[in-house]
Design a protein around this ligand. Structure first.
Ligand code: ATP
Ligand code: MG
Length: 306
């Protein structure tokens, strides 16, 4: 079985981005995590399970293309994108997609430190499988009750959590299977995305229900990215808030907002508590040393350092 072989022979730490709700920030967060890890000297593979939309794949392709076009050295992960099966039979399509997934995992699990898997905003067979393989499951949610609804339901009178929704039950079941299978407890982190920069009643109430549900389901709720137009502007050039944003990369001078965005991504990575490979840290430190000697801007080598 795929999960068995990955866990027995593989050493890569698997990070899965998942939320059945579309548009919650999975692909944006996935690229930021992958680039952060690359900048920390880790060997990173990425897999796009959103075979139809392929936003993650396009984001990475845009990054590679922009690096080539502008002569920049932007880190690019070893990326794999799965194709959709085109049979009329659901079972045949699932078998075809499973085979591709198995091949993609087999190609990277021993040669990389991390595998970052982006999943679609819908309940699919591969998306469920990926959830049961996650060492770290990252669920971005937009900071609104409508988005919270995929995780849990709330009593309208007093804002207490009264139930768990479909996606939350699926994720809990996937974790249970994983624990039974090899004793590993998936670290599940629910990341509040597109946070408003000012305090509001909504922000406070959503924080309250997330804390309640975290207690019931055993995930860690953390603050993620603020609502910033720049995260939308990055896509055509495949940039992230962690890149050296200057006239060459961005096409304009970076703003204070870029500096703050970078800090919030660094902070998010710290909160994910990912197990960094020591050799990778040294690789990144050496690179930073070299960059310093070459009188270039210091690379962000310690972004996920503890
Ligand atoms: N922090 C943010 N601030 C502003 N816009 C954001 C932020 N994060 C994501 N976005 C925008 O929100 C939209 C959805 O983001 P993204 O595609 O990453 O979500 P997704 O969960 O992968 O969506 P899907 O379920 O469709 O795959 C995009 O237009 C993206 O640019
Ligand atoms: Mg996506």
């Amino acid at each position: 079985m795929l999960m068995q072989s990955a866990q027995q022979s593989g050493t890569a730490h698997v990070i899965v981005l998942g939320n059945e709700k579309g548009g919650s920030g999975k692909s944006t967060t996935a690229l930021h995590i992958a680039v952060a890890l690359l900048k920390a000297g880790q060997r990173v593979a990425t897999i796009d399970l959103d075979c139809r939309q392929q936003s993650f794949t396009r984001y990475i392709n845009n990054r590679r293309a922009w690096a080539g076009q502008a002569g920049l050295s932007l880190e690019v992960p070893d990326h794999h994108c799965l194709q959709l099966g085109d049979s009329m039979q659901v079972a045949e399509n699932e078998a075809f997609e499973l085979e591709q997934f198995a091949q993609a995992m087999a190609a990277v699990e021993r040669t990389h430190d991390f595998i970052v898997i982006d999943t679609p905003g819908s309940d699919t067979f591969l998306m469920r499988l990926a959830h049961s393989m996650a060492d770290t499951l990252v669920t971005p949610i937009n900071d609104s009750f409508l988005d919270f609804d995929v995780l849990g339901s709330v009593d309208a009178a007093n804002y207490t959590v009264i139930g768990e929704s479909h996606y939350a039950q699926m994720a809990r079941e996937a974790r249970r299977k994983r624990r039974q299978h090899d004793g590993v407890t998936t670290d599940w982190i629910v990341v509040r995305n597109r946070l408003s920069m000012v305090g509001s009643r909504n922000k406070m109430l959503v924080a309250g229900v997330l804390d309640q549900l975290a207690f019931r389901l055993g995930f860690r709720p953390v603050d993620g990215l603020a609502e910033r137009v720049m995260y939308r502007e990055f896509f055509p050039r495949g940039l992230t808030a962690l890149d050296d944003l200057n006239e060459a990369t961005l096409g304009r001078r970076p703003s204070m907002g870029h500096v703050t965005a970078r800090e919030e991504v660094v902070e998010l990575l710290r909160k994910l508590k990912l197990p960094l490979d020591e050799r990778g840290r040294r690789r990144a430190a050496n690179r930073a040393e070299w960059a310093l000697q070459a009188d270039k801007p210091l690379d962000l080598h310690d972004i996920v350092g503890s």
